[in-house]
Design a protein around this ligand. Structure first.
Ligand code: ADP
Ligand code: ADP
Ligand code: ZN
Length: 228
């Protein structure tokens, strides 16, 4: 075992289309490694709920399944990166989604002597994503993710994590919107796979099948970059 302790925070990216399991896996890695999950989708939904200026301009775009402007998303992410709770590092879930966002992220991290340690592409089949997204719901209390068929709470109607009994579904998780979101992924986000591959930071992980098995594959990659 290494006696060295890491001083620089680690930064990981989870890439994958809607429904690939980014949020599910990010939460598991957060618990296991003490990293902070940064989901721009969650940050944008907060902004919409609070009715901020960014939230107001993002709302209709998100409901249609298109990408929110780079300017808005980069500003929201940059504010979040400045928060003091990030000590061991981050798991970026849903950011970057365009080459402009990836370049902005490189600049933001470079300013504080950091970098992307690994970009992990969750490799899934598009056709399966419609059912994953359409059956998705989360605990209103703690945010734990569930699925009507693939990830049910142990006791029906009760959250495994917090015991809460209220759940919610996203307005954009409809079969029609998923098609637009998959197209946005392939047009604008999938090119980032080559972007990170070109600098030797990319790992592809098969992500159809058992959630715990996928978590074990990701755990090995993260352990490799966090010196555990
Ligand atoms: P993303 O954040 O990439 O959009 P989520 O993590 O929210 O995806 O997962 C989408 C839905 O699919 C959720 O309801 C989740 O419970 C479920 N899910 C996640 N991983 C798997 C998997 N490996 N097999 C089946 N269902 C999964
Ligand atoms: P999913 O993982 O299921 O695609 P997210 O919660 O990551 O969903 O994103 C939901 C919506 O929020 C996206 O369809 C898009 O409108 C917006 N969004 C989230 N992150 C970004 C981003 N990095 N750039 C542009 N739009 C984003
Ligand atoms: Zn809960």
């Amino acid at each position: 075992m290494s006696t060295q302790t890491r001083t620089r925070p680690v930064n990981l990216i989870l890439l994958g289309p809607p429904g690939a399991g980014k949020g599910t896996q990010a939460r598991m890695l957060e618990e296991r490694f003490g990293l902070v999950q940064l989901s721009t989708g969650d940050l944008l939904r907060d902004a919409v709920a609070k009715g901020t200026a960014a939230g107001k301009s993002a709302k209709a775009v998100m409901e249609a399944g298109d990408l929110v402007s780079d300017e808005i998303v980069i500003a929201i992410l940059s504010d979040r990166l400045d928060q003091p709770d990030i000590t061991k590092g981050t798991i970026l879930d849903g950011f970057p989604r365009t080459e402009a966002q990836a370049a902005a992220l490189d600049d933001l991290l470079a300013k504080c002597g950091q970098k992307i340690d690994a970009a992990i592409s969750l490799e899934v089949e598009d056709e399966a994503m419609v059912a994953r997204v359409a059956g998705r719901y989360t605990c209103a209390g703690c945010g734990e993710g569930y699925h009507d068929d693939f990830k049910r709470p142990a006791k029906a109607g009760v959250c495994d994590k917090c015991g809460g009994t209220e759940f919610k579904r996203r307005a954009d998780d409809t079969a029609e919107t998923v098609r637009t979101r998959l197209a946005a992924y392939h047009d604008q986000t999938a090119p980032l796979i080559a972007y990170y591959d070109a600098r030797g930071a990319l790992t592809r992980v098969p992500a159809m099948g058992d959630i715990d098995r996928i978590a074990a594959s990701l755990g090995k990659i993260v352990a490799g970059v966090t010196d555990r």
